[in-house]
Design a protein around this ligand. Sequence first.
Ligand SMILES: Nc1ncnc2c1ncn2[C@@H]1O[C@H](COP(=O)(O)OP(=O)(O)OP(=O)(O)O)[C@@H](O)[C@H]1O
Length: 341
Amino acid sequence: MALLEVSDLRTEFTGKNGTVAAVDGVSFTVSRGEALGLVGESGCGKSVTALSLLRLLPASARIAGGSIRLDGRDLLALGEREIRRIRGREVAMIFQDPMTSLNPIMPVGRQIAELLECKLHLSRRRARLRVIELLEMVGIPSPTTRVDAFAHQLSGGMRQRIVIAMALSCQPKLIIADEPTTALDVTIQAQILSLLRALASDLGTALILITHDLGVVAGMTQRIHVMYGGRIVEKATTQELFANPRMPYTWGLLRSLPRLDHPRADRLTPIDGAPPDLADGAAGCRFEPRCGHRQEICGASEPGLVSAPRHTIAEDGHEVRCWATQPDGWLADATTTAGQP
Ligand SMILES: Nc1ncnc2c1ncn2[C@@H]1O[C@H](COP(=O)(O)OP(=O)(O)OP(=O)(O)O)[C@@H](O)[C@H]1O
């Protein structure tokens, strides 16, 4: 049994202009200790998917369908007290801006200690000692001093290390990291990502890494799911996705990545057009208006997420939502468009 099983999840926002499904029919699993990347442009539904998992949605949103199972337990059926027990203790979240997770008027160490006292029932003294160990583990220099620092006295990278220590403090089974390094300098980003990867893998913690940047998940995850317009449009192992991407949207994401073999910045090609307006309820493939390979059927009806044809891929389990690259599609054999600006 997978650690996390998300099935046909649908999360809707209701506002003045009616109801839109920000997450629409999303299904995926995460195994124990596995790292999964959830990738796509801004607004494609990555964060809403993550917030749905822990039922941390804003008041204007609701989970309208599907199921979320953690270790076999249906998280959507739990009461508020029970889901609160799961947060932090079994599933922890790391957000983009560490300041959203840290209390500015409480020493950082005390914030982690409170979690340990409340969730693991450690005494105040034992919690403080454990916090110092955790700060050491995430590479905070002089942890016995820094334990009493306030968030504003630390750099952005140090704050994110504190947030990682907080996420790991109760030894959760799963960490969801939503753009954990976007707010940091590039050099610090790499340090924080490798720290997160090393700690999660040492401790056997599963990880869902959410990012708009395929480059970030390349070295961090075993599998990648690409999202577009509230849907998953491609699923594959990380190696397979980079070797044999099948969906034109994924090709676009890959073309917009800097590459060492194409050092000139002008070789980067952003994807033309804007993400879809989820309110317009178009019948076809959601990427159709921006796709350079579209044909009539693409605007008329939406393809399902199906296994890619075996002769064009190296691995089973590779799924794609695209008329063009399905077995009898007009790009059924095209595999080289990827990353070839
Ligand atoms: N507070 C909100 N009110 C109304 N609609 C929202 C709200 N938050 C998100 N949405 C809708 O959900 C969609 C998905 O948003 P989400 O934040 O999950 O995207 P994302 O892929 O995580 O992008 P980003 O990286 O910018 O956070 C948005 O395009 C928008 O339509």
